[in-house]
Ligand binder design. Structure first.
Ligand code: XMP
Ligand code: MG
Length: 185
C-alpha cells in the first residue's frame, strides 16, 4: 500500500494534524499546572496511545516517568466486547504514586473503566485519565475523564495511533474510513 492507496481509503479528515498538535500542547500545559511539584507516572495504553504519549510527553515540562500497559478488548473487529485481557502489565509499582492513564479514544468506556478499577486496586495516590478522543454517543459506562482532546461523532476513526486491522496508525491526523475498505461499498 502506498500513500495514494492510503488516501483513497480515507473518507474524510476529521481532525487535522495542526489541531491535534495544538490540543495536545494545551492538555500538556494543564497537566503541568495540575501536577506541579508532584511525582507523576504517565501510563500509555498500547498500541493506540503511542502517538498521544509521544507528543504529550514531549510537550510536558514536568519530569514524568513513562510506563505502558497492553490490554485487548476488540480482537480484530471494530466492536468492544467488554472482556479485557492484560497482554502486558506495568513494570512499575504504582502504590502511593500519581498515575495518569493516557488513551487514544474512549468509545464505550468499558476498557478504561476496567483499567482504572484495576489500577486503583494497587493503591496509587491518584488515578486520572487523559484521552485524545471521546465518542459521547457510544458511552456505555460513565467515566470521569480529567483531560479530553476532542469529542467526536460515533464513527470508526483511524490515524494518530488508531488502526483498522493494524493499518493507518501512522497517519498524523484523525480520519474516517471510506466504506469500500470495510466492505460496504
Ligand atoms: P472502549 O469501547 O472499551 O474502547 O471504550 C476503547 C478501545 O477501543 C479501540 N477503539 C477504536 N479504535 N477506531 C479505532 O481504531 C475507533 O473508532 C475506535 N473506537 C474504539 C481503541 O483501541 C480504544 O482504546
Ligand atoms: Mg485499538
Amino acid at each position: 500500500m502506498d500513500a495514494a492507496d492510503m488516501g483513497r481509503d480515507l473518507s474524510k479528515v476529521l481532525i487535522p494534524e495542526e489541531e491535534l498538535q495544538a490540543k495536545i500542547k494545551e492538555l500538556a500545559s494543564r497537566i503541568d499546572e495540575d501536577y506541579a511539584g508532584e511525582d507523576l507516572l504517565i501510563v500509555g495504553v498500547l498500541k493506540g496511545a503511542v502517538m498521544v504519549m509521544a507528543d504529550l510527553a514531549r510537550a510536558l515540562r514536568l519530569p514524568v516517568q513513562m510506563d505502558w500497559m497492553a490490554v485487548s478488548s476488540y480482537g480484530a473487529g471494530t466492536r468492544s466486547s467488554g472482556v479485557v485481557r492484560v497482554l502486558k502489565d506495568l513494570d512499575t509499582d504504582i502504590a502511593g504514586r500519581h498515575v495518569l492513564v493516557v488513551e487514544d479514544i474512549i468509545d464505550s468506556g468499558l476498557t478504561l473503566s476496567w483499567l482504572v478499577h484495576n489500577l486503583k486496586s494497587r493503591n496509587p495516590a491518584s488515578v486520572e485519565i487523559c484521552a485524545a478522543l471521546r465518542k459521547p454517543d457510544a458511552i456505555k459506562v460513565p467515566i470521569d475523564v480529567k483531560y479530553i482532546g476532542f469529542d467526536i461523532p460515533n464513527e470508526f476513526v483511524i490515524g494518530y495511533g488508531l488502526d483498522y486491522a493494524e493499518r493507518y496508525r501512522n497517519l498524523p491526523f484523525i480520519g474516517t474510513l471510506a466504506p469500500h475498505v470495510y466492505g460496504a461499498g
